[in-house]
Design a protein around this ligand. Structure first.
Ligand code: CO
Length: 295
């Protein structure tokens, strides 16, 4: 295969790969922590990525009962199943397969996310996206899109791209708007031995999480990255180098993966459970405000 790069463009390559860590959160929901683990604590502006996947209701039925957040955004994206979201501001919505809820917690929200099913496969992701200091104490906001509002771009070669945020190379624009970190969030399915290209802002941090199958990240021919290290298998997180072009090929079984990128904030991060601020004092203030019923 010949790969041609326009002069001046830089291909991204696979920098590091990680296997998630099994854990539990909420009321005993079994999940895999992919970002936010001891191995990769954060990938600015992304603070956490969890994958939950089970056909056994005992693994998820407890859901995520009421809990607070401050200082960032939580994104729930479902591949299978249904979850109901409710919060203390009276907001309620059902998140379904192919749909997304992008919640800007900002100065504070108390919400619950509970499975709207008692059996069958529940599979999806939660991503935490940081907010800059200037927006951490802003008003909470929701961007909620059912599956029919998240465009599915289909190519003649069988490629399917569910566009949550950002713009594909063919110009499909995702519905989620974010003027803090300008995220790209694509759910990409490729048939066997298929090439996929996506432009990304050069300085954005980007990662791939392989849901099924395997991929290769095709870097420039003269790139110093060893070509034998460019393969990413299912259930692995691949952190990409910086650059403005990404070229991926699928393996013999085809693949499905998330491609997520965002503008790094380059700010100090102070974590305290469900609060992510810039300083420890701000985290302690968040606990005080929550305990005093000020959320
Ligand atoms: Co939450």
């Amino acid at each position: 295969m010949t790969t041609i790069t326009n002069e001046g463009n830089t291909r991204r390559s696979l920098q590091q790969q990680f296997l998630g860590m099994p854990t539990a959160d909420g009321d005993g929901v079994k999940l895999t922590r992919i970002i936010g683990s001891p191995q990769i604590n954060f990938l600015d502006p992304f603070l956490l990525l969890d994958c939950f996947e089970s056909e056994d209701a005992n693994d998820y039925i407890g859901g995520f009962p009421a809990h607070p957040h401050r200082g960032f955004e939580t994104v729930t994206y479902l591949l299978n199943g249904r979850m109901r979201h409710k919060d203390n501001a009276g907001h309620e919505g059902l998140i379904e397969s192919g749909g997304v809820q992008w919640m800007t917690a900002a100065k504070g929200i108390i919400h619950s996310e509970m499975p709207e099913q008692e059996a069958g496969l529940l599979k999806g992701f939660q991503l935490w996206v940081n907010l800059p200091a200037s927006a951490k104490m802003g008003a909470p906001k929701y961007q909620e899109f059912p599956p029919q509002s998240t465009p599915l771009e289909c190519h003649d070669n069988g490629t399917e791209i569910r566009v949550i945020s950002g713009t594909t190379n063919q110009g499909t624009v995702g519905p989620v708007v974010n003027h803090h970190t300008y995220p790209t969030f694509l759910d990409v399915s490729l048939p066997a031995d298929t090439e996929f290209e996506q432009s990304l802002p050069t300085a954005h941090n980007a990662f791939i999480y392989v849901i099924e199958g395997d991929i290769r990240v095709i870097a420039d021919a003269d790139d110093s990255v060893d070509a034998s290290n460019n393969q990413l298998m299912a259930k692995k997180l691949g952190v990409l180098t910086q650059g403005d072009e990404l070229v991926i090929t699928s393996g013999q079984k085809g693949t499905r993966f998330l491609l997520i990128a965002g503008q790094p904030l380059h700010e100090p991060i102070a974590r305290g459970g469900p609060f992510v601020m810039n300083t420890k004092a701000e985290v302690l203030q968040a606990f005080a405000d929550f305990n005093q019923g000020n959320f």
